[in-house]
Design a protein around this ligand. Structure first.
Ligand SMILES: [Zn+2]
Length: 139
């Protein structure tokens, strides 16, 4: 646990949150600044700052909980889709440095969106070369 970490405090129940799901490893609660009603944050109970620090054995609990949460958002809220958003690092927009996944219920024409500007590869070779570089450096 990290001192003065908001999500550690929520996980320890020292700060109140509208908790929807909890098990030994993860907790999900409503985001108090939702992009849509029912927008949830799924956190690890242990303090890990970014995706790169989360131990691989934690992903089973995270993915299982995320799937259940997405299902209940669709069933209970009538969501037509779910966005799963995870930001790791300041450049990616991470503001609270305790690993979390946003699970955002979506409806057609709900007006929620991102300013997503695609970047193009100049040639198919450039794309293949980058894929090979990443492949060579994959642990
Ligand atoms: Zn924390």
């Amino acid at each position: 646990m990290s001192e003065s970490c908001l999500f550690c405090e929520i996980a320890a129940r020292r700060i109140a949150a509208s908790v929807v799901y909890e098990d030994d490893a993860v907790m999900a609660f409503l985001d108090i600044n939702p992009l849509a009603l029912g927008h949830m944050l799924l956190i690890t109970k242990m303090h890990y700052e970014t995706l790169l620090e989360v131990p691989k054995q934690a992903f089973s609990a995270l993915f299982s909980a995320a799937q259940n949460i997405a299902a209940v958002q669709m069933k209970t809220l009538g969501a037509e889709g779910i966005n799963w958003l995870q930001s790791s690092g300041t450049a990616a927009g991470q503001e609270i440095f305790h690993f979390h996944i946003h699970l955002i219920p979506r409806m057609s024409e709900d007006g929620v969106g991102w300013n997503w500007k695609p970047t193009l590869y100049e040639t198919p070779d450039e794309c293949d070369q980058l894929a090979n570089l990443l492949k060579e450096n994959l642990k």
